[in-house]
Design a protein around this ligand. Structure first.
Ligand code: S3P
Length: 174
């Protein structure tokens, strides 16, 4: 369907890379967290608090299912936990070129340490939480992705060039 889908851990840069890619490609950008918040009329934190994580995960699956029948040639950034459900992998691949923005735990921590909007990283030891979740998820992101981009220490232009080149190769190989 010609979309580029950005996956990866919270704070890996999906939103900021997505916005820049959207300008570069002159394609609109969507974000599953934002779509869910809009549909539900409340924040992700409120959804987690009132209805719990499994409820939110169902909303995520419904959200990308809907996108597979409605969007073409767009940039789509998805919540960090969305690929954890294996059933979502086929939906992601159906949408287009799935790009994993891979970052080190230290990079992530530096970016999210003052953030209060991510319920999974609140609590006593966010640094340890990041390491634990990353260990569980690293292989999952790799399996879900068509291309992997290591983002640590790279500027935006370099990351964008790599995405455009690697997704182009993916498409011509289809
Ligand atoms: C989550 C990531 C968040 C958001 C929710 C859960 C996760 O999105 O969907 O807080 O499980 O990794 P971002 O990756 O955009 O922060």
């Amino acid at each position: 369907m010609g979309n580029i889908i950005l996956i990866g851990f919270m704070g890996c840069g999906k939103t900021s890379v997505g916005i820049k890619l959207s300008y570069r490609m002159r394609q609109p950008m969507l974000d599953t967290d934002k779509l869910i918040e809009k549909d539900e009329g409340r924040t992700i934190s409120e959804i987690f608090e009132k209805d719990g994580e499994p409820y939110f995960r169902n909303l995520e699956t419904e959200c990308i299912k809907k996108l597979t029948t409605t969007v073409n040639n767009q940039i789509i950034s998805v919540g960090g936990g969305l690929p954890v459900r294996e059933e979502n992998h086929a939906l992601l691949k159906k949408l287009g070129c799935v790009v994993y923005l891979r970052a080190k735990a230290e990079t992530i921590y530096e970016r999210v340490k003052h953030d209060t909007t991510r319920p999974l990283l609140q609590g006593a030891d966010p640094q340890q939480k990041i390491r634990d979740l990353m260990e569980k998820r690293a292989g999952i992101y790799e399996r879900a992705a068509d291309v992997i981009i290591d983002v640590d220490g790279k500027d935006f232009d370099t990351v964008l060039d790599e995405i455009v080149m690697k997704c182009g190769e993916e498409r011509s190989g289809d």
